[in-house]
Ligand binder design. Structure first.
Ligand SMILES: C[S@@+](CC[C@H](N)C(=O)[O-])C[C@H]1O[C@@H](n2cnc3c(N)ncnc32)[C@H](O)[C@@H]1O
Length: 215
């Protein structure tokens, strides 16, 4: 199948997901998780391969995605999830591996606290799933990129909004931010192999931090 055909298939799937509100009816162990299930599988593959010991998530919402990462870490036998949201939703799941923070993900205090935790970890995965407007996303990317360990990933969730676009009215969003970020951050590369399951909310937004040996 050609790239253009794959893109068209993925665009249609995204439009159905968003227009029919399927993203809002996706559950992990009974808790809402606004994620594409295919992306959840990719996160599992990455975390196992990279032996992730810290997942940083911006945008907690109902906590279903944080619980999913915590359960993966349970199976892996190590690691923690730190998740931040500007609003605390009632009924979020409690789990020993999850630390909830309240505040804006770009607030200096929050960035410093999470940065300290990242510097004590050996394999850090960062998932940016808070405010999806381009200016905010780019600011987040610049502030969280240094926390990503070599060969691990910085993921700009919901680049589908303005890539296909699945949500044309949204305006410049994560896809725009990724284009800006990648121009000036040569330590990172767009890894489209992580889109091999075809349906993704993160087209061109799995950003791999190159290993120290890469040019
Ligand atoms: C798309 S939802 C997160 C979905 C969640 N990660 C999941 O997969 O189920 C976006 C969340 O970002 C939060 N948010 C918006 N602006 C934020 C900010 N400046 N800092 C942190 N969180 C923010 C919203 O309150 C909302 O809960």
């Amino acid at each position: 199948m050609q790239r253009a055909q794959i893109d068209e298939l993925t665009r249609l799937a995204n439009q159905v997901y968003f227009r029919a509100g399927v993203f809002n009816q996706t559950l992990w162990m009974g808790h809402k998780a606004a994620k594409c299930p295919m992306d959840m599988w990719v996160y599992q593959e990455l975390m196992v391969r990279l032996r992730t010991d810290l997942v940083i998530e911006t945008g907690t919402w109902m906590g279903g995605s944080a619980l999913y990462f915590a359960h993966l870490l349970d199976l892996m036998g190590h690691g923690r999830v730190i998740t931040v949201d500007i609003h605390t939703q009632p009924g979020r799941p409690e789990h020993d591996r999850i630390d909830y923070l309240e505040g804006s993900s770009i607030d200096d205090r929050i960035v410093e606290e999470i940065g300290n935790r990242a510097s004590d970890s050996s394999s850090v995965l960062v998932i940016l799933d808070a405010d999806h407007h381009a200016e905010f996303k780019l600011e987040e990317m610049n502030r969280y990129a240094p926390m990503v360990t070599p060969e691990s990933y910085l993921i700009a969730e919901d680049s589908c909004f303005d890539h296909y676009p699945a949500w044309p009215e949204f305006g410049p969003g994560p896809a725009h931010a990724v284009n800006q970020f990648i121009k000036s951050n040569r330590d990172f590369e767009i890894d489209r192999r992580q889109e091999r399951h075809m349906i993704t909310f993160c087209p061109r937004a799995f950003l791999r931090r190159k290993s120290a040996r890469s040019p």
